[in-house]
Design a protein around this ligand. Structure first.
Ligand code: ADP
Ligand code: ZN
Ligand code: ZN
Length: 798
């Protein structure tokens, strides 16, 4: 008897122990780890992942049987199965959530499955296909014997499976042809047909190289194979006609092919070191620290090309890819159709198609955001993380993983190097490089020795005494100057911790969200006050609800108002705005960037989105309107974030031949993060910040864990969190520092009360056991309404 070990998905009854289920005889030998199944669990049926197969079980009762197959082939590769185990341990989460995180969104939600087949199989199995090339796969409708047959056909590649979102438009099915010949048969056929049949010999040549996959007719006809030839080929038994789903193309526009550039010495030595590690299958982690504009991208591209040359694949991660269409364009122009792309602005269908291309081994280069680290890519030769310090690499929901750690795990598994690239590395990574855990590669100069931009700081306290204008005199003068010279300008409005709100001028009343402890944000476009935590909306009051005064005023500035002001100040300037509102529609982000790149606008203004990765040679002025709005956060990383942001955005200026200039407006001109951003001295910043972290016992000197608990009752939350703190104090050694429980900075969100505990430690032998215990008991607490989450190495303590 074959037994499957299944990790089941049962809310509030989760466990990391697999359950054993008997595999029905018809599925014998066909069921594999990495497939999803349906199994009986108590009175209901639940889904689960097969994580292992065995022929004996310690369970002495009668085993229940698997009741259905969700997948007909594995959706989780053996590597990713192993990774899920490690990930669960690393993030103190349940395996089921790790496995689900690895699948593309479309496959997690509701989907239908289609079985596609060729004419021969259709004719041979009328009881399955009823004369159709395409049928729905509904596990309830087929008996085990039929499913057994389907599995066998699937394995023999006679059936293709396609996932389809139920609410999704019909997939495009197109005619395709699958080779039936062996290489020798092809050679024989080639030798016998007359040279005059150009189209036929062309087809045979193509079949020689492409035997595994059905070839689309449209593609074949582009290669000069006529439809008459294809009819003949079917009659002669060279190919089978079938239908395949046309792959949705996530790339909006075709790109021109580009070729490797000649490297400067620094780039060359970086590429050499990485290439050597690829060849030696060395699991080295490189920290590529290169100032903005030093040409890191070209280093990535040439190292990736080398990985492909050695027969391997390459994985490259970027922060929120939609924000950097430029870099995607550069990668595509180098690697063409071998590139698969995975990011959040793609539709579920597009993402599924790309995932499928990777799973089928068609894509050799994967570029994507955080979740792309779980791409089912095999035989990886190089992993790159661009802007490794970026906070989007940390997942903020269960499992709360740090992409860097997952990248290092996969690199170790694949015996390949990892390259972490940044102009402003995270302190964690830089500290590791200093200790020799990572190898440091420096690109200290801009490409072509272009100068770094000149940065000046404007004290807004002085400025505000003179005028209420959001642009200081200095910045406004420089904008005028650039407009006159026909050069381009970027203006950044730092949105973090910054919003517009309303306040009564007579009594100081500020409207609060009824469900959360936070003031409401004013949205001019919808004429509402919104809560950005729970989504609550209400009309903007005309009379103060507290003192009935009519003097309700609006404070703070949004990018929309900034746009209005800028247009008023510079009536001749062509202005583009990029923020969440102007980029909601698909492709709009790219459109704005292309327009600015084509110099169809003079000023690009926007939020954090415009700070990263953009490379426009005509930009010679960058203005940061409110540099310090993040500094007042009670967060040990605020300085680091501010320094990184200012360095990033300054780096957009003066990237080509013209000298760039940057104006930073701030109320805290003396803050070290701002002062050091002025001199763009990462080294000094690193030293200063490390001292502060040392004194405060913060990362990277200490490891940290954050435990958060929430429930609808503050009393219950506080009580349970005290219990947990008590448990921690009892079982951890006295080297561990346990802070709290304390209410979170925003205590109430959506009528739930949040408390947290912070653990800081350098070495804590019992930590894993203790946290695993908390994770296990969290399920009992969840049934009582208390949600517990554990965040290993949280980004903040808020
Ligand atoms: P970074 O990512 O380090 O900020 P980029 O990779 O965007 O820098 O490079 C900065 C600029 O220098 C880009 O315009 C890029 O095209 C150019 N560049 C980089 N390397 C080379 C090279 N080897 N030859 C020619 N141009 C290069
Ligand atoms: Zn009032
Ligand atoms: Zn709210």
């Amino acid at each position: 008897m074959q037994i499957a070990q299944v990790i089941v998905d049962v809310p509030t009854r989760q466990t990391n122990e697999p359950y054993s289920y008997e595999i029905p005889a018809n599925f014998d030998g066909q069921v594999q780890p990495g497939m999803r199944v349906q199994v009986p669990f108590g009175p209901r049926k639940v889904t689960g992942f097969i994580v292992g197969l065995t022929d004996h079980s310690d369970f002495d009762g009668k085993l229940k049987k698997i009741s259905g197959l969700v997948d007909l082939s594995p959706v989780i590769t053996p590597e990713l199965l192993k990774l899920s185990e490690w990930l669960a341990g690393q993030t103190f989460s349940f395996k089921i959530s790790c496995l689900q995180t690895m699948l593309p969104g479309g496959m997690r939600t509701k989907f239908k499955k289609k079985l596609l087949t060729d004419n021969q199989t259709k004719a041979a199995y009328p009881e399955i296909f009823h004369g159709e090339n395409e049928i729905n796969y509904d596990q309830q409708k087929f008996d085990n014997q039929t499913i057994g047959k389907i599995l066998t056909l699937r394995k023999a590649d006679k059936i293709k499976v396609h996932y389809e979102l139920s609410n999704h438009s019909k997939p495009m099915l197109v005619k395709a042809f699958q080779s039936k010949l062996t290489p020798t048969q092809i050679d024989e056929a080639l030798a016998t047909i007359s040279k005059r049949f150009v189209s036929q010999s062309r087809l045979l040549q193509i079949l020689k190289d492409q035997r595994d996959l059905p070839l689309q007719q449209a593609w074949l006809s582009k290669k000069g194979v006529t439809s008459t030839t294809l009819e003949t080929a079917v009659k002669r038994g060279w190919v089978d006609e079938t239908r395949v789903r046309r792959i949705r193309n996530p790339f909006l526009q075709p790109v021109k092919k580009s070729y490797p550039l000649a490297l400067n010495d620094d780039q060359q030595s970086a590429v050499d070191r990485i290439n050597r590690a690829i060849e030696n299958q060395a699991n080295t982690t490189f920290l590529l620290e290169g100032v903005t504009g030093s040409g890191k991208t070209e280093v990535y591209l040439q190292a990736m090309a080398h990985a492909l040359k050695t027969g391997k694949t390459a994985l490259m991660l970027v922060p929120e890819i939609t924000l950097t269409p430029q870099i995607v364009g550069r990668i595509r122009s180098r690697f063409g159709d071998q590139v698969a792309m995975l990011h959040s602005a793609m539709s579920s269908g597009e993402r599924y198609d790309e995932w499928q291309r990777i799973n089928d081994g068609q894509a050799k280069v994967v570029v994507g955001v955080r979740s792309a680290i779980f791409a089912p890519l095999e035989n990886i030769g190089l992993i790159i993380m661009d802007e490794e310090h970026d906070s989007s690499y940390k997942q903020t929901e269960t499992p709360r993983y740090q992409t860097r750690d997952v990248a290092k795990w996969r690199a170790a598994y694949n015996h390949c190097p990892v390259v972490l690239g940044s102009a402003t590395p995270s302190l964690e990574s830089r500290a590791r490089a200093m200790k020799g855990v990572y190898e440091l590669i420096l690109l200290p100069h801009r490409f072509n020795n272009h100068a770094l931009p000149h940065v000046s700081i404007v004290d807004m306290k002085d400025e505000m005494a003179r005028s209420r204008n959001i642009l200081s005199k200095k910045l406004a003068d420089l904008v005028d100057d650039r407009l006159a010279k026909h050069e381009q300008i970027i203006l950044l409005l730092n949105r973090r911790g910054y919003s517009s709100f309303i306040m009564c001028r007579d009594c100081g009343y500020v409207p609060q969200c009824p469900n959360c402890d936070i003031s409401l944000t004013m949205h001019k476009d919808t004429h509402t006050l919104n809560c950005h935590l729970c989504g609550h909306k209400e009309p903007i009051p005309v009379v103060c609800p507290k003192c009935h005064s009519k003097r309700i005023r609006h404070y703070g500035i949004g990018s929309q108002q900034l746009e209005e002001q800028v247009k008023e100040m510079f009536p001749k300037a062509r202005v583009l705005r990029m923020d969440v509102d102007t980029t909601r529609k698909k492709g709009s982000h790219e459109a704005i960037i292309n327009k600015f790149g084509a110099h169809q606008a003079d000023i690009l203004l926007g939020t954090q989105m415009i700070a990263k990765g953009l490379d426009f040679p005509e930009v010679t002025l960058v203005g940061v309107l409110n540099a310090d709005s993040a500094l007042q956060f009670p967060d040990f990383r605020s300085s680091e974030r501010t320094f990184q942001l200012l360095t990033q955005v300054s780096g957009r200026s003066g990237r080509a031949d013209k000298q760039g200039e940057v104006v930073i407006q701030t109320f805290n001109p003396d803050h070290y993060a701002i002062q050091l951003a002025k001199t763009q001295d990462y080294e000094k910043f690193y030293q200063t910040e490390m001292q502060i972290r040392h004194i405060g016992k913060y990362p990277p000197y200490y490891f940290t864990v954050k435990i958060t608990g929430s429930s609808p009752s503050e009393k219950q939350t506080a009580y349970e969190m005290h219990q947990i703190a008590h448990f921690l104090r009892r079982y951890l050694t006295n080297q561990a520092i346990i802070l709290g429980p304390t209410p979170k900075t925003i205590k109430r969100i959506n009528n739930r009360y949040f408390y947290q505990i912070i653990i800081k430690y350098r070495q804590e032998p019992h930590l894993k056991d203790v946290l695993d215990k908390i994770l296990t008991t969290s399920q009992t607490k969840e049934r009582k309404g208390l949600l517990i989450s554990i965040d290993n190495e949280p980004l903040d303590f808020m």
